[in-house]
Design a protein around this ligand. Structure first.
Ligand code: MG
Length: 380
């Protein structure tokens, strides 16, 4: 794999927090990817909600399949731009490790519970998982990943938390939020691949669930264009095959758009190396037209799917589960697993414990501690 001068090169990584001897056959970023795939948090993603609750149907995306789709899209874009494919794969597979059970509903509820204790941010939690919470190595906590992988995982961070990170680790992954610079091109790419992935798969899952119809999404210009294109080339196409063909065309168009727009910016600004790219404005981007199209699709999904009354109903109950779990463990820390129960920072330990749960484990624990079964209608 030939890398562009502005790509992150594993041979010139900014390093790991605990120095390690190089692996004989793998690059540092390949090694990071392998550590992520073998982590406990990664396996839990299979039972965590993306949009639809994990137990509502077997074919909906989960955090795991979403992460794999993001990795696929990110690699497809990285290769022609000669960015580091191994690094984008590592970042993409790890980007959602800190998500709570029950998707955004769970995260909002946990953030609310943690209001007096420093709040809860899922990007920062993903970093906590790989830096502290995984327990797999004899001499350090976490997975001891490279700076570049950790930088990509910390997609957003509040100023307050960036200051804390900077105090613990000067010049580390918190620094860019204080200096308002960009992360590596590989990290920028993963953000965009995430957006492309969820816009596309949420159309699929939304239509599959029956909460939105194909005709309704076809009103959105971006999707409508590829739906008409598919229909005119294949007049007999209908139902799921029409949906898949339209999504396939839309995905390809967005991927090619990012590649072309990014090439243009790179040609214009010519970063000399990976650090040079970090000092410039964002370089991995859609064309202006595709950006507006993608934003319109996002607004449609927000209004018609994420805020659909049936989704909102489960959202309310999921938040109740998280709030009541939080209150129960805070009052009786011994109800948690020993390692969490023994911690002195009780509220943060409770947040870490709940954030790590799968949807179904959270429901089981909630029933055990409160005697109430929520979200029962859909429990198998
Ligand atoms: Mg994501």
């Amino acid at each position: 794999m030939t890398l562009a001068v502005f790509a992150c090169d594993a041979a010139r990584t900014h390093g790991r927090q605990h120095p390690e001897t190089p692996a004989p056959t793998r690059t540092e970023f390949q090694r990071d990817r392998d550590r992520i795939v073998h982590s406990t948090a990664f396996r839990r993603l299979v039972y965590k909600t993306q949009v639809f609750l994990n137990h509502e149907g077997d074919l909906f995306r989960t955090r795991l399949t979403h992460s794999i789709e993001v990795a696929q899209l990110a690699r497809s874009i990285a290769r022609p731009l000669q960015l580091n494919e191994d690094l984008v794969e590592a970042i993409a597979l790890a980007h959602d490790l800190g998500h709570t059970p029950f998707g955004h509903a769970g995260q909002d509820a946990l953030n609310e519970c943690m209001r007096e204790h420093g709040g809860f941010e899922h990007n920062l939690q993903s970093l906590r998982v790989v830096d502290k919470l995984e327990e797999r190595y004899p001499v350090f906590d976490g997975l001891n990943l490279c700076f570049e992988t950790r930088e990509g995982i910390l997609k957003h961070c509040s100023q307050a938390n960036a200051l804390k990170l900077e105090a613990q680790d000067p010049g580390g992954v918190g620094r860019r939020f204080l200096e308002r610079t960009q992360p590596s091109l590989e990290a920028q790419l993963c953000n965009l691949a995430d957006e492309i992935a969820y816009n596309a798969h949420d159309i699929d899952d939304g239509v599959r669930s029956g909460l939105i119809t194909l005709e309704q999404v076809a009103q959105v210009p971006l999707f409508g264009r590829y739906c008409s294109e598919a229909r005119s080339e294949h007049p007999h196409l209908q139902g799921r095959r029409l949906l898949y063909e339209a999504i396939r065309r839309m995905l390809s168009a967005l991927v090619y758009d990012v590649i072309a727009a990014t090439r243009e910016r790179l040609d214009e600004l010519r970063p000399a190396d990976a650090d040079g790219a970090r000092a410039l404005p964002p370089l991995v981007a859609f064309t202006e037209a595709a950006r507006a199209d993608s934003a319109a699709l996002k607004r449609f999904l927000f209004a018609n799917l994420y805020r659909h009354s049936r989704v909102m109903e489960t959202t309310g109950q999921a938040q109740e589960v998280v709030r009541e779990l939080f209150a129960a463990y805070l009052a009786r820390p011994a109800e948690m697993q020993a390692g969490f129960a023994a911690r002195a920072d009780t509220a943060r330990a409770v947040a870490d414990y709940i954030a790590g749960m799968t949807d179904r484990y959270a429901l089981r624990e909630h029933e055990r501690l409160t005697g109430r079964r929520l979200l029962t209608a859909t429990i198998p």
